[in-house]
Write a protein that binds this ligand. Sequence first.
Ligand code: PGA
Length: 240
Amino acid sequence: MARRMLIAGNWKMNGMPDQLGFFSDLHDQVGSPGVDVLICPPFPLIPGALDACAETSIRIGAQDCHPARAGAHTGDVSAALLAQLGVHAVIVGHSERREDHAESDAVVRGKAEAAISAGLVPIICVGETLAEREAGEAGLVVTRQLAGSIPETGRFVLAYEPVWAIGTGLTASLEDIAAMHAVIRGAIRDGDGTAILYGGSVKPGNAADILALDDVDGALVGGASLEAASFAAIVRSAVI
Ligand code: PGA
């Protein structure tokens, strides 16, 4: 199955209701771009974002979900609710959640399973820290995360995000990205059919080179997804 390019924006804990004009600006700048475009705003902005994108090809995702279908989990949000709202995908296992909320691979897998059962596409994040890379363990760490985080059945997207490249302005070299994406493709079930995104300081200036790599099927963009102009420039560099 051919893999489609996906450019996904992760707003993290940014964005306010008066910034939903972002979506018409983005639509004006990219139109129907021929690649998949997804924005993951904070939970309370999701209904407004869905309304704002109703007449466009832009899809809306969430940044997290709980492994359970419903229940006594104060502050959490179920994949089933997200799906009912019209959300398309959900990021799971982002390194900020693995770090801030001590999420283990098993928890991440549970979230990915919940997303799949609700009909959402989980975007499962993996990536090594700087210490792990310097110790020569990047490949080992990432393959261990993959083994622990990927559900046994169902379609998913992966995002390789070296932790040291997130929000730092540092990006992995093209050689390191290509090498890790090849490792990931070889390590997962249905490697050829699974989209593998790169994330970590993707910007308009470096996106074209990264997205041109063989095993890179898109990008997960943090900081540069907050402005329609910079995100649109990244989307345009994915269209060849
Ligand atoms: P960044 O974040 O583009 O700001 O580095 C990427 C991410 O965390 O997904």
